[in-house]
Design a protein around this ligand. Structure first.
Ligand code: NI
Length: 258
């Protein structure tokens, strides 16, 4: 049962005391890889450190749209340095656009999103997209990129958009990743979208420590719990759990190059 958690924040204070046990449980649950993503300079440095300490983990570095307003002079340069020089940095992000939280002026979010995309393209690395209530804006940016540079190597993380958004992203080459939210009783709309995502473009993630799947809802989320989301998606797609686990792991390996 191979599993690959494509989105975690293991630098979070909630993992400070027992990270090695969290990693051991992930391994015991069949995980082959976990991506730890920074949201700003400090957490990107920490993600790279965690990836150096644990062979199971690879890092992504970036400044998340909600953190962009607080970025100081030199923070972006540090992200670029990490992306260029740290062998354990597999991806750029998380990046994207967010109209739900009003933390960063939208034009500044767009500026940072463009920088991440350009950096990913220049280094030949994938990028990880956070999109909250900004689907049309994200698709617009991706279309411009797609028209200029072709197929896009990226993932829509913790997907929460509609089917039209998913299809637009799939057409441009992106992967669609579902987090624990898709297991919640009220999220039938997300399950309807997941049903339509081809098996070869589907990914799973925990987004831990947030969004624990229904079976463990209320607990601190951790990579081992990605199995609950994988099982739910197998049921939605009408395929055996092993098929779902093998294809999502294969897809993630391909996207992240690990
Ligand atoms: Ni995240």
């Amino acid at each position: 049962m191979p599993l690959f958690d494509t989105h975690t924040h293991l630098f979070d204070g909630r993992f400070r005391k027992d990270l090695s046990e969290v990693i051991a449980r992930a391994q015991a649950a069949g995980l082959e890889c976990v991506v730890c993503l920074g949201i700003d300079r400090e957490s990107s440095l920490e993600s790279a450190r965690i990836a150096q300490s644990y062979p199971l983990v690879v890092a992504a570095v970036g400044i998340q749209p909600n953190s962009a307003a607080e970025a100081k002079a030199g923070d972006w340069d540090e992200i670029v340095r990490l992306a260029e020089s740290e062998p354990r940095v597999a991806a750029i992000g998380e990046t994207g656009l967010d109209r739900y939280w009003d933390k960063t002026p939208f034009a500044l979010q767009e500026d940072y999103f463009a920088r991440h995309i350009e950096l990913a393209r220049r280094l030949g690395k994938p990028f990880v997209i956070h999109c909250r209530e900004a689907e049309a804006d994200v698709v617009k940016v991706l279309r411009q990129e797609f028209e200029k540079h072709g197929r896009i190597r990226a993932v829509m993380h913790s997907f929460s958009g509609d089917l039209a958004t998913a299809q637009a992203c799939l057409e441009m080459g992106l992967y669609i990743s579902f987090a624990g939210m898709v297991t919640y009783p009220t999220a039938q709309n997300l399950r309807d979208v997941a049903k339509e995502v081809p098996l070869d473009r589907l990914l799973v993630e925990t987004d831990c420590p947030y969004l624990a799947p229904q079976a463990v809802r209320g607990k601190r989320n951790e990579p081992a719990f990605v199995s609950h989301t994988a099982a739910l998606l197998a049921a939605v797609k009408g395929v055996p759990i092993t098929t779902l686990e093998e294809s999502t792991t294969h897809n993630a390996r391909k996207l992240f190059g690990v």
